[in-house]
Design a binder for this molecule. Structure first.
Ligand code: SF4
Ligand code: SF4
Length: 160
């Protein structure tokens, strides 16, 4: 999977996906089941371990609970986890201090998988309730995540 090609393809598709949203805004409110079925389908087709794009380029926003969970897994104090791995970004959010994520292995495995932040568990969000609320964000996420790209692509072909 070529990340540059995915990004270029997603940018090319964005105007038609956004037009689809404008035409079907109300309809999308009732389409969670269809979107979730597409999420299942494409999550099975696309192997995250041969991708790793989100862990390489998008940083999750961490909550205090996330830090506590990581601290427990790493057998460190939360403050030590913050000092070693985290920083506060320009929006005042707690994020990893380097990208690719410091916990991403060269084999794309997450070394803190069982204790990974909530945002990592929920990415790429195509299985969340009220998907229409994050449709626009998903158009952006499709630049990084092939699952999101395929879900949006098939969704827009399904409904036209
Ligand atoms: S904590 Fe794990 S799942 Fe989250 S970005 Fe890092 S490597 Fe990826
Ligand atoms: S970008 Fe999408 S396909 Fe790639 S590892 Fe992340 S969730 Fe999986």
């Amino acid at each position: 999977m070529d990340p540059e090609k995915l990004k270029a393809d997603a940018l090319k598709m964005a105007p038609s996906w956004n037009a689809f949203y404008s035409r079907n805004r109300k309809r999308l409110e009732k389409m969670d089941l269809e979107v979730h079925a597409l999420h299942e389908k494409w999550s099975q087709h696309i192997d995250c371990l041969s991708c790793g794009s989100c862990c390489r380029s998008l940083g999750p926003r961490l909550t205090d609970k996330d830090v506590e969970r990581l601290a427990k897994a790493l057998r460190m104090k939360p403050a030590a986890v913050e000092a070693a791995y985290l920083r506060v970004d320009e929006d005042d959010d707690l994020v990893f201090n380097s990208m690719p994520c410091p916990f991403l292995g060269s084999d794309n495995y997450c070394s803190v998988y069982e204790s990974r932040p909530k945002a990592c568990r929920e990415y790429p969000h195509t299985d969340r309730k009220r998907f229409y609320q994050i449709y626009k964000l998903s158009v952006k996420n499709a630049e990084t995540c092939p699952i999101v790209y395929e879900v949006l692509n098939e969704l827009s072909l399904k409904v036209c």
